[in-house]
Design a protein around this ligand. Sequence first.
Ligand code: NAD
Length: 402
Amino acid sequence: MALIKFDRMKELMDIPRTAETLLNNPEKEIKFSLNLKMNNEEIICFDAFVVYHNVVLGPAKGGIRFSPYVSFGEVRTFAEIMTYKNALMGLPFGGGKSGIKFDPYKMNDFTRIAIIKEYVHMIKEELNSGAYIPAPDLGSSPQDMSIIYGETHRPETVTGKPVIIGGLPGRLQATGRGVSHAAKLGIENILKKDIKKTDVIVQGFGNVGRWTAYFLHQMGARIIGLYDIGGIIYNKKGLDIEKLFKYAPTSKDSIKGFPESESISAEQFFSLETDVLIPAAVENVITRDTASAIKAKLIVEGANDPTTAEGEEILLKNGIHVLPDFFANSGGVVASYFEWRNAKSGNQTCEKEVFELIDKKIDTVFWQGMEARKRLKASLRESFFSISLGTLIEAMKARLWI
Ligand code: NAD
């Protein structure tokens, strides 16, 4: 199912039929199997997927997901989100994504490395030509990107690498940095609230969730609820994020049982009295059921595709604002762009500069979105989509694709 509702978007802007056709059809889809012969004569096979949604603006850029649940359909949706995200942020990239179906939390290092090397072997043409540039996503880490680099030997073929081997200082925190900055802009300019008097709940304490919570905590917001795959914790006075970093140092470690908190259920989490809810774990968590219970006034989508169409309808009816994924979580790909550019030019960028670049991009695009919302009298998601679509249509015309 296409992510974007073209019938609705056509009420707001002029969209050539040819552009709609191209944007409704992913350009390239590859499905393959990673087969590993184990010591005990067993063979294990892992499904893998790569999708380029639309590459009119440049090579397909998007993370690689390791999950036992990843499917072709999911990778398609995420590649599509990347097309609109890269266009919105003005980056010279198209939309891509890949996935390998395995549980990274249950895999030893030896097998994990073997899986990644086999993945590179199977799509070496895509990687070496620069047609697809992966980065970390759900379940994958900078170390995994370093294995990809170890196979291609070219730093520009993958971003999100550890800093010591050509990664960008600040790339690790970049997505959370952008989500927190988007949240700050939303809190101050949509909710018209002082961030120091704002309560926030975050689903996910992996890469995106933990850094989002960290930066918002630094800005003075109170993080009163956190939710990961192992448990859900609540403290109405605010959770100490620095202590939580020590308690659950990696995405694999759970926040469950954190001493200065009480354990709550998923139903209680979504219905907490809070100003902001940040889903930063997995997709399809704000559904028809959860949406009706939500008391937050602003949702900032840290995860990709966390809100279903029915969920969003209920949120909007209840006057809840949604800063969409392809805007709010774009800090990671903005940083990836600088890492990729540095890999080609030999330039270096320090962490402070990276954070400033992300904040500045998010600021500029936030105000473009607010202007489009006022002009079109549309939802925030539709307003940001209109900007991405404008860029994509212009680029397709420039390349005589339409
Ligand atoms: P991660 O693997 O580092 O962390 C995932 C977190 O989600 C963990 O805390 C895990 O416990 C939790 N989680 C997993 N399944 C869950 C479930 N069913 N219910 C509740 N919690 C669950 O992943 P990440 O990189 O932080 O990615 C999170 C989301 O952000 C994904 O949607 C991803 O596509 C998106 N995203 C990531 C980046 C990035 O730079 N890493 C960039 C843009 C968007």
